[in-house]
Design a protein around this ligand. Structure first.
Ligand SMILES: [Zn+2]
Length: 570
């Protein structure tokens, strides 16, 4: 058996425990390609342990934003360990690259070396404190959002809990829920704007320090976006405007007509247009887990068994509760080789989709778990989201596990319509960020103007006219609704990935409708490669084409609208 460089029980929450191992790596002599391979392997093994410590601190921090001890442990990691780690990381990166033997490394390391070269290019020591400050600001944003609760119908409710009322068939309830939620959100508007503005300054400075013209270009290098450019993203936005916007407007016109409204208000966008009760796929987390387990077992024994492992190993934290950070994520525990899923379930159809989505990420982790190195078990985000978003579509035929036939059909329609609605939102966020960081010195009013201008292209035609009651300024929400998109704070530029991945997911869905076994084989083919291949090659390994052209995007969106047509004429 191969001996391990760092002991498995190393407590990586303390810097003094990690440092000696990093020093030993730093002092290695590189006399051959073997030496480089040993260095890479040992560093990877240490990284597994550190990564898992970080994961656990993150999970604790998000699961109880009101637990001071957890908040402190997370801050400690972010402020005291992460900065020193990135310093060492750069030193070791340079050790791997700056020697005579790196050219002779086997092909297996090509992708990794490409990434390391990009990391070296962007790394500057003076950026470390700036990045630390950004992490702190991002945590602050989460804290503010986590504390947002509303007193409604005699109880204190979280915002995810409040979202359910938007599906109520009683328009008055929808309206008062919307008013309560919106005025609560607006209370923090100023503080969040301040956080964002400080972030923009810091990010711009980081980019300048690293020799880039702006944060956009910096992030393309930082996120290892080697297979597409900023211009490709702009082409993608145009393709979305062309293919999705007519459908989106049609859908909203139909909504207004069916609900017999003279004005479509912000509280009319989620309710069922045929006056049916909101979809209620499950009541508690157990029901959600058991239903999903049955679905994945129906698809394949392998996927079913993967999913059951999550439950057996206590890797699911699903129910919404006060103090829990918003959103959902899958975090792979690199040492244990187990995925962990976090979400805020309250019993909605959207929650079911999130559960399936995160399960897709977990399958990716399982499928790439056999790979040796931590960097190989990673994946480019654009492809990681294919794993999760395609799973949402591939499970369509099995949603009867949660519904009677008629409701399952409604849920599928809702999900498909959601895709058509989402692509313009993705383009909105991506265009907004492109503009924000291209114009880092903009004023608040210029930002509002730009946001409204983008909404004009990609938004829904919602009527806010005369919406304010006495003393209210709820209309302001239109100007600051970007604040609800957490990615802008915690993961800048991480958004176009969802659009790129959706294009992959729609192709896999088409394959699955034609031949489900073959589609799952293609799914596994790509996922099992982890990050041992580049983005375009990973797409290809799953039989997927990567293109942002009008032609390609329209063809895939037509697949969705045809299916919607099919369902509604049945
Ligand atoms: Zn995802």
């Amino acid at each position: 058996m191969e001996s391990r460089f760092a002991p498995n029980d190393l407590d990586a929450s303390k810097w003094e425990n990690i440092e000696p191992f990093l020093n030993s790596l730093k002092q290695r002599r590189i006399n051959s390609t073997n030496c480089i391979e040993d260095l890479i392997r040992d560093e990877s093994q240490l990284s597994e342990i550190v990564s898992e410590t970080r994961a656990k601190a993150y999970i604790n921090m998000t699961s109880q934003t009101d637990n001071q001890e957890y908040q402190k442990a997370w801050r400690d990691f972010v402020e005291n360990i992460q900065p020193k780690l990135s310093e060492y990381n750069d030193i070791i990166n340079k050790k791997i690259i700056n020697n005579d033997f790196v050219e002779n490394l086997p092909e297996r390391y090509d992708i990794m070396i490409k990434g390391i070269k990009s990391d070296i290019k962007i790394f500057r020591e003076e950026n470390i404190p700036l990045q630390t400050r950004l992490s702190i600001l991002s945590t602050k944003y989460n804290e503010i959002r986590g504390k947002q609760t509303v007193f409604f119908e005699g109880e204190e409710k979280t915002l995810p809990m409040m979202a359910i009322y938007q599906e109520s068939n009683d328009r008055e309830i929808r309206e008062s829920a919307w008013r309560a939620t919106t005025s609560r959100i607006l209370k923090d508007e100023e503080e969040i704007s301040n956080i964002f503005e400080e972030m923009i300054k810091l990010r711009n400075q980081i980019a300048i320090n690293s020799g880039f013209s702006g944060f956009q270009e910096y992030m393309f290098a930082a996120m290892h976006r080697f297979d597409y450019s900023i211009d490709d993203c702009l082409e993608f936005h145009d393709s979305i405007e062309y293919s999705c916007m007519p459908l989106k407007h049609q859908m909203n016109d139909l909504r207004k007509e069916k609900l017999e409204l003279d004005k479509l208000r912000p509280w009319d966008t989620s309710v069922d247009i045929d006056g049916k009760k909101p979809l209620k796929p499950f009541f508690d987390a157990d029901e959600l887990i058991n239903g999903c387990s049955r679905i994945f077992h129906s698809m394949s024994k392998e996927l079913g068994d993967f999913f059951d492992l999550l439950k057996e190993n206590n890797c699911l934290d699903l129910e919404s509760r006060k103090g829990k950070a918003p959103g959902g994520y899958q975090y792979y525990l690199q040492k244990s080789r187990m995925p962990f899923i976090f979400m805020n379930a309250t019993g909605t159809q959207r929650n079911l989709e999130t559960m399936i989505h995160e399960a897709g990420h977990a399958f990716h982790s399982f499928y790439s778990g056999h790979l040796d190195l931590i960097s190989e078990r990673d994946a480019p985000i654009e492809f990681a989201e294919v794993a999760s978003m395609s799973m949402e579509l591939l499970t369509h035929p099995y949603w009867e596990e949660f519904y009677e036939k008629e409701d399952a059909e409604r849920a599928r329609i809702k999900h498909l319509k959601g895709i058509i609605q989402f692509m313009p939102w993705m383009a909105t966020i991506d265009s907004f960020q492109n503009w924000i960081y291209k114009n880092p010195n903009h004023t608040r009013s210029e930002r509002v103007e730009k946001w409204l201008e983008i909404q004009e292209i990609f938004g829904s035609k919602i009527d806010y006219d005369g919406i304010n009651k006495e003393g209210e300024n709820l209309e302001k929400i239109i100007e600051i609704s970007w604040q609800l998109q957490g990615h802008l704070f915690g993961a800048p530029f991480y958004y176009v990935e969802y659009g790129i991945a959706q294009l992959g997911a729609l192709q896999l869905w088409k394959f699955h409708k034609e031949n489900n076994i073959n589609a799952l084989r293609l799914y596994k083919n790509g996922l099992s490669l982890g990050y041992t291949k580049g983005l375009t090659e990973l797409f290809a390994a799953s039989g997927l084409k990567m293109s942002f052209s009008k032609d390609h995007v329209s063809k895939l969106i037509r697949e969705v609208s045809d299916q919607l047509q099919d369902v509604s004429t049945n």
